[in-house]
Design a protein around this ligand. Sequence first.
Ligand SMILES: [Zn+2]
Ligand SMILES: [Zn+2]
Length: 285
Amino acid sequence: MRHLKVDWINILFIGSVHLLAVFSVVYMAAIHFSWWTLGLSFLWFGLCGFAITGGYHRFFAHPSYKTNRILQAFHLFFGAASIQNSALKWSADHRRHHSRTDTDLDPYNIRRGFMWAHILWIFYKDTEGELEGVKDLQADPLVHFQHRYYLPLVAVSGFILPAALGMLWGDWIGALLVVGFLRLVVQWHATFAVNSVAHTIGNQPYSKKNSARDSFWTALVTLGEGYHNFHHKFQLDYRNGIRWYQFDPTKWAIWSLSCLGITGDLRRTPESKIRQARQSVLAVD
Ligand SMILES: [Zn+2]
Ligand SMILES: [Zn+2]
């Protein structure tokens, strides 16, 4: 196993955000409660969540559909508010997770334990192949801009804009705390669950060659990313839950945007290939 250096900045930052999230609950319960602030935090959760699942994941890391510059800028802006690195770094890590799943070179290797895959990996510096495999994204000026100005974008999208909106109803402190910190913590753990829970709980209908699993429950908290066994087998499909009844709001959003002409060329795995994968798993069982 590779030896990695501890990343104290990440530990202090993530620890402080968690403490402030706890304080946000106290603030709402005992100091000042505003439905507007709570509503804004749900809105931000939805926008930032979609920027990660529909943007960072299904658009930048796996180009599973096409879209215009406006939606790309939306993904990069609200993706920054999710504080999970720039789209460039996120995609480099994620592509490595797919090409090296369950090995020492997988940044969130589940074989190092549930907590490692969930959050501990962020507490260490891993510079191995840092920006490998993302040449296509490096050539994109918009992605490059977000990577370069990542911290100012984080400040504006994650904290300054929510606080400014909170001023409209006289609760900028609440907006900063609840939308900024509490929303962020909930969103972090939802994303982290894809790397931990979706590699631990659920079934494996499409491949048993890696640890990825399909689970409705994981999908419920991750905006549809819980059908992770299918996703690892067919990573270029814009859907993770392929059946119409499977809970995948990210898929529904991308599809709805295609009806408006905002997204296009949605990639779907041919049904025959899906059936073939299913049958080869059944044959082994
Ligand atoms: Zn995975
Ligand atoms: Zn993926």
